[in-house]
Design a protein around this ligand. Structure first.
Ligand code: FNR
Length: 417
């Protein structure tokens, strides 16, 4: 409604309401390097196209005269009440999009009551992000996304900090044990971590900082960042954000980057390792990056509390299965025994409807909120999220759905053209 009223008053919104213009405006607002990092994908960049093509194959078949008023978009997930089936995905290095980075996203999310998943690769330490949320709405919902370090002490420390920050679950991302082959970043030589960006969770961590003067561990057989490191040149470390390192000499800052590169992720991780996480926390554990039904069954056997069907927005594997195409298989395997979340390709409210109809309990919004952030900071994030929720509400109303339980597979048909 606000958009239309602004239109009547002759004002056009700073943040465009449709996906393509939003992307265009964000591209104009970002540096070449930031755009490459946020919009970039793995390899020949086929997976994002696949994500969108999968959405295009599903069409909504509305029902009429069902008196779809009032509507209720709320849902319960992992013991939390959500105003809509939507969270903000963990996105690293948000400082590339906007200087307020995670803090702006935190304030927007808190104002709307939409959960924000803090990234392991955030630009701001989780304590500051949590405080920014609490300043807007005490106890505003938040989760923590974990990359499993080669250093178990660091894993435990991150989890302890997430608990202290009021995070309601640990989202363990499994599709990024090695960083994907991302030509746009490689060709610009702009891999942000090598410039000390996106490592604030590490440089603000007592365990990480205490080990800065220790010799580096032997490099893993296949170091996660090896190829990228060679191409971009580790010697370029320029700055390390994060208050706790402000007083460090550049020598130490470079050490922090080197230690981060050597320890941030463990390619050798197996199902057997999950026990350590279970012991380290009583919080629910959600596995992000599940695409195969057998892995979903394995996750159930491992006693985790949820999964996120995701291909990491096409950033990890080129020519990968579309996340939406993988969703029904995972939903069938899980059979209601734990929540199934979804991301990779959500661009508007109708997409949320389609994912929900295919069995997702909730979705994670990724790049679109970063585009809002780049264009207009906190307000931009808020506008993007409001638009997605408003469009979901309208789509449900026009399709004859009172509540999310009405949004099932019978509301969809397959496109013939
Ligand atoms: C991500 N994603 C991500 N995931 C994660 O678990 N930890 C992280 O730090 C990041 N960082 C990150 C940075 C950027 C710039 C992007 C675009 C994505 C993946 C993210 O959580 C989500 O899975 C995807 O964004 C979903 O794809 P779309 O819908 O954004 O295309």
């Amino acid at each position: 409604r606000a958009v239309y009223l602004d239109g009547l008053a002759g004002r056009t919104p700073a943040v465009p309401s449709a996906p393509a213009p939003l992307e265009d405006a964000a591209r104009r607002a970002m540096s070449e390097e930031a755009w490459a990092y946020v919009a970039g994908e793995a390899g020949a960049e086929r997976t994002v196209d696949a994500n969108r093509a999968a959405f295009a194959r599903h069409r909504i078949v509305p029902r009429v005269l069902r008196g779809a008023e009032p509507r209720d978009l709320s849902t319960a997930l992992l013991g939390q009440a959500l105003p809509a089936p939507l969270m903000l995905a963990p996105i690293g290095v948000l400082e590339m999009a906007h200087p307020d980075a995670d803090l702006a996203v935190a304030r927007a999310a808190a104002a709307l009551g939409v959960p924000f998943v803090f990234s392991s690769q955030a630009s701001v330490p989780m304590e500051a992000t949590a405080a920014a949320m609490d300043a807007v709405r005490p106890g505003a919902p938040r989760l923590f996304q974990l990359y499993w370090s080669t250093d178990d002490d660091l894993v435990r420390s991150f989890v302890r900090r997430a608990e202290a920050c009021g995070c309601s679950a640990i989202v363990l991302t499994l599709d990024t044990t090695l960083l994907g082959w991302r030509p746009r970043d490689l060709d610009l030589g702009s891999l942000p971590f090598l410039h000390g960006m996106g490592i604030a969770q590490y440089t603000s961590d007592p365990v990480f900082v205490s080990k800065l003067d220790h010799p580096l561990p032997d490099p893993p057989a296949d170091p996660p960042l090896r190829l990228a490191t060679v191409r971009a040149g580790l010697g370029q470390a320029r700055r390390v954000p994060g208050a706790t390192l402000d007083n460090l000499r550049s020598q130490k800052a470079r050490k922090a980057v080197q230690r981060f590169v050597a320890t941030y992720s463990r390619p050798s991780l197996t199902w057997d390792d999950l026990g350590l996480l279970r012991e380290a926390t009583s919080l629910p554990v959600v596995l992000k990056g599940i695409l195969h039904p057998d892995d979903a069954r394995r996750a159930l056997d491992a006693g985790v509390d949820g999964v996120v069907v995701s291909n990491h927005g096409g950033r990890q594997i080129d020519a990968e299965v579309a996340s939406l195409d993988a969703l029904p298989g995972v939903v069938e395997a899980v059979d209601g025994r734990m929540p199934v979340l979804f991301d990779s390709g959500i661009r508007n409210g109708a997409d949320v409807f389609v994912a929900r109809a295919l069995g997702a309990d909730a979705v994670l919004l990724g790049r679109p909120y970063v585009y809002g952030l780049a264009i207009d900071g906190e307000r931009g994030v808020r506008t993007v999220v409001e638009n997605v929720v408003a469009e979901l509400d309208l789509t449900m109303g026009l399709a004859g759905c009172h509540a999310l339980d009405d949004v099932g597979p019978e509301m969809l048909t397959t496109a013939t053209a």
